[in-house]
Design a protein. Sequence first.
Length: 344
Amino acid sequence: MTSVLHVDLDQLARNIAVVRDRVAPAALMLVVKDDAYGHGVSEVVRRTVAEGVGWIGAFDVATALQVRRAVGDGPRIFVWMIVGESAIRTALDADLDLGVGDADLLEEVADTARARGIRARIHLKIDTGLHRNGIRPEEWTDAVARVVMLAREGVVELAGVWSHIAEASDEEDDLSRAAFEHAVAAVTDAGFDRPLRHLAASAASSARAEFRYDLVRVGAFCYGIRPAGGPADAELGIAPIGSWEAAVLSVDGDRVRIDVGALDGLVSALTGRVEVTTPAGPRALLAVDEVSAVVAGWDGVRAGDVVRIYGTDAASPTDLAETIGTIGEEIALRVSPLVERRYR
């Protein structure tokens, strides 16, 4: 056995059920950026759609196409990083919903749709203060007026209005929500039937009902990754779907070398700060080099014994992250794509 990430799709389903129940009546969009937070897009979305989730959020067109290949034409797939005419054409051909956050992209989408004789479904993004693209509030009225013209021409359909928020403080998020509400009002005043509204991601959608609107984009919570410094997993009702394990390679006195290292994604900064789970219980992580790591030994240890870095009956990615001042996603996303994923 070498290093393996076990992915529990039943736990994914349980996490999804918890999130959907919490955010109802808003619909859930599962976000699958960064290869489904390192868990593997195809298997994750197949199970997600089987659980009845109708929206998948993909950061880029390549990921969105992988989703489409995995699940077919059933779910709506929302993508928001679209660069260049080729990507737009590919996205339209795959029947994706496009997140549009600037006037130039709006025109490029319209030109491509016009040339192909089809109508593009767009979600217009307002910059509510995070500055992660999005149309500036002072330019919003002009953008909406342009969408009105393009909709009349039949080259775009305004399917949604959306934004990102910082989730830095309730006060900042309240200001962002006010800007979002103003943007939605401008859209309805322009004569559109109310489009889908989506603003919140994992933390805000869980904690603040007024941020849920029609659709919530949730990634981390569905994978069982809680926010650093936030409520415990049990309080949120979620658990990590990934369990990262490695085999014992050799034993040298009271030091045990395991088959996972920095090249596999084990963060060397965790050295001396965390414990891993062994057949004899928790043991300190003593060293990490490029290809292996050393943990404190235990009675009866043998080559081939399994050590769990994080996951079921062990520390969570966020537990590890908090020891070095980062977030759980950082730990999960560091697991190399070369590490085998096994699904159950």
